[in-house]
Design a protein around this ligand. Structure first.
Ligand SMILES: Nc1ncnc2c1ncn2[C@@H]1O[C@H](COP(=O)(O)OP(=O)(O)OP(=O)(O)O)[C@@H](O)[C@H]1O
Ligand SMILES: [Mg+2]
Length: 317
């Protein structure tokens, strides 16, 4: 049983990637062929929409995850790990004969990560088994670009219901971003995603092009510790939402947690600026601690303790 039956918070459907993250801690990421001994290793749930769903649940919302894995050991472990986090996985497709995605995540001593992702094999593209009716209970829909056929179907169904759609416009094939951006209401790009969507132009222009592509309420790009640039229709120029200053220990998934928190804020009825601040706090805490914060930790940061030095948390691994 997922948290859909347990909590009373706003419900967010998160659709897209779930992978097993194999995280190696090293001092430096070596270039060229090399041998490096890891100082630490851990295995956990990863993937944009999956991390976002966990963030929704930790932050007091009800999270539903829609995605695909193989009917294999890794797939079953991911399903269980999501359930343990209180995420409803009844919409997780476990496909016979498919292979579950996984990532090698290499985190250096500054907390910066490099990722190699294997996107799995034979994962079914057809989204027709998704329980789109569940959108009736939801306050928002968040999609990443890793199951584009399903994201298109879900965004269309959400729009028909007047349900706000949030896109994690991460690094992806150009045609996928071109198809999905106009279907979303809030398109929040990663830096590389925006470069692929609008090559060769400054971010302000790239975001303007996103707004021209469809009836978006806002378009934004996240820039790690440099915060978020965003704009909305009718707004003159671009606005900045600065990042909360933290000492990062592991930036893996900060963007995913940011998107989950943003989608929850939208589901709770928060306006864009407030939602961006809420999401920035969530992303900063994730970068600081290498784990997704709960609501109390996030509210403490929002309550204005930002001048207090944010002490480095003890590492988990
Ligand atoms: N080191 C940091 N310090 C403070 N805030 C951060 C830091 N890293 C990330 N954040 C917050 O999280 C948001 C998203 O991070 P980022 O831009 O790195 O996402 P991303 O590039 O999509 O990466 P990923 O999805 O792999 O986590 C940032 O805009 C910022 O608000
Ligand atoms: Mg990201």
């Amino acid at each position: 049983m997922g948290s859909g039956e347990r909590g009373g918070g706003a419900l967010v459907v998160c659709l897209g990637q779930v992978v097993t993250d194999h995280t190696f801690r090293v001092d430096e990421v070596e270039l060229a062929p090399s041998k490096v001994t890891a100082r630490g290793y851990s295995m956990s749930v990863g993937g944009m929409a999956a991390n976002a769903a966990i963030a929704v649940a930790r932050l007091g919302g009800r999270a539903v995850f829609w995605g695909r894995v193989g009917r294999d050991e890794a797939g079953e472990e991911l399903r269980q790990a999501l359930e343990d986090e209180g995420v409803d996985t009844t919409g997780l497709v476990m496909a016979e004969g498919a292979r579950t995605p996984l990532s090698a995540v290499i985190v250096d001593k500054r907390g910066e990560r490099s990722i190699v992702t294997y996107r799995g094999e034979r994962l079914p593209a057809d989204p027709s088994a998704l329980p789109l009716d569940r959108l009736a209970e939801a306050g928002s829909l968040l999609c990443d670009p890793r199951w584009p056929e399903a994201a298109e179907a879900a965004f269309a169904a959400a729009r028909a219901r007047g349900l706000p759609g949030v896109l994690d416009a991460e690094k992806s094939e150009e045609r996928v971003l071109r198809a999905l951006v106009p279907l979303a209401d809030h398109a929040i790009f990663a830096k590389t995603g925006l470069t692929i969507f609008a090559p060769g132009v400054p971010p302000a222009e790239g975001l303007a092009r996103a707004l021209e592509a469809g009836p978006l309420r806002m378009a934004a790009v996240t820039l790690g510790e440099r915060g978020v640039l965003w704009r909305a229709p009718g707004m003159k120029g671009i606005s900045t939402r600065p990042a909360f200053p933290v000492e990062a220990t592991n930036t893996t998934g900060a963007g995913d947690v940011f998107h989950g928190a943003y989608a929850l804020a939208v589901a709770e009825g928060q306006e864009v600026e407030r939602a961006l601040r809420f999401a920035s706090a969530a992303g900063a805490l994730r970068a600081r601690d290498g784990r997704t914060p709960d609501r109390a930790e996030l509210e403490a940061l929002l309550a204005g303790d930002t001048d207090r030095p944010l002490v480095r948390a003890r590492r988990k691994d």
